[in-house]
Ligand binder design. Structure first.
Ligand code: CP
Length: 309
């Protein structure tokens, strides 16, 4: 058994399958706790955590804050839009000022790839990456893999997962690929060739630009949002064209004649990459993913704080 004790969670790359399984087993316990009337444990009552969000977020921010509060931690929230970052303060100065108020852990989302690693080299606190530009979003990949694992009865070894959409700009896709490969799943990416990074096969994934073939192959479809905010060029003619060629709607789903599991990390653009009737169907576990996210983030925070990850 390879043992890696890590101080931070900066990405899935570099982790091993045992670490992921430790997170999942711990998350199983926290999920049980969250489903009980108590919902809370004082496990991190001596820990202070700062949530630093330099980029918009709904799910990740609320999920981390709930996870921290369910663990009894003291929590402080920071959002760049209402801070002195607007007055020209640097990232390190901002963070050091917050840390001088005796913060133990920092959960950070930032638009720059590598921002969390950079910070980890300059400050003493433990850092958890809540999404850094197009680089990684490790807790999203962990909650996605945990949701698949629970759906399939405890293992995703040999399961076929297709990630559909804007792979080029997606930190979720990259972190998912690393996590799913570690857990023995087969992974395919599907989308317009302009939105698939060159050499992505080197990560051990298949590529298919035809969604019908990709869905036919898959047990799970993880549908991604088109990240218009990260695109500095036009990668396809129009959103309507994208939906026609790559959107998952009821016709495409019904044509498969099998129980494809439908996932989406959110936020959803209804009617673009996924139709409302599919997003809200019995084959979709989108809200289950969000529920599981709190338990998975509790597990990550707890294990890191104990030095057991
Ligand atoms: N999935 C996800 O990262 O969503 P938010 O941007 O709302 O946090």
């Amino acid at each position: 058994m390879t043992e890696v004790k890590q101080k931070h969670l900066l990405g899935i790359k570099g982790m091993n399958a045992n670490q992921l399984e430790t997170i999942f087993q711990t998350a199983d316990n926290f999920l049980e706790l969250l489903q009980s009337p108590v919902k809370k444990t004082p496990a991190l009552r001596d820990v202070t955590i700062a949530n630093l969000f330099f980029e918009n977020s709904t799910r990740t921010r609320v999920s981390f804050e709930l996870a921290e509060k369910r663990l009894g931690a003291d929590v402080v929230n920071f959002s760049s839009s209402s801070s002195s970052v607007k007055k020209g303060e640097t990232l390190i100065d901002t963070v050091n000022n917050i840390l001088s108020m005796k913060v133990d852990m920092v959960v950070m989302r930032h638009p720059a790839p590598g921002a969390c690693r950079f910070l980890s080299k300059h400050i003493d606190a433990q850092i958890i990456n809540a999404g850094d530009g197009t680089h990684e979003h490790p807790t999203q990949a962990l909650l996605d893999a945990f949701s698949m694992r629970n759906h399939f009865g405890g293992s995703i070894e040999g399961k076929k997962v297709v990630i559909v959409g804007d792979i080029k700009h997606s930190r979720v896709a990259i972190s998912n690929i690393h996590a799913l490969r570690l857990l023995g799943a087969e992974v395919m990416v599907c989308g317009p060739s302009t939105l698939i990074p060159k050499n992505i096969e080197s990560l051990g994934v298949k590529v298919n630009t035809r969604i019908e073939e990709a869905l036919e192959w898959a047990d799970v479809a993880n549908m991604l949002r088109i990240q218009l905010e990260r695109q500095d060029a036009r990668f396809f003619p129009s959103l309507r064209e994208y939906t026609r060629l790559y959107g998952l709607d009821k016709n495409r789903l019904d044509a498969l004649n099998k129980d494809l599991l439908v996932m989406h990390p959110g936020p959803i653009n209804r009617g673009v990459e996924i139709s409302s009737d599919v997003a809200d169907s019995g084959q979709s576990i989108i809200l289950q993913q969000v529920e599981n996210g709190v338990a998975v983030r509790m597990a990550v925070l707890f294990l890191l704080a104990q030095g057991n990850l």
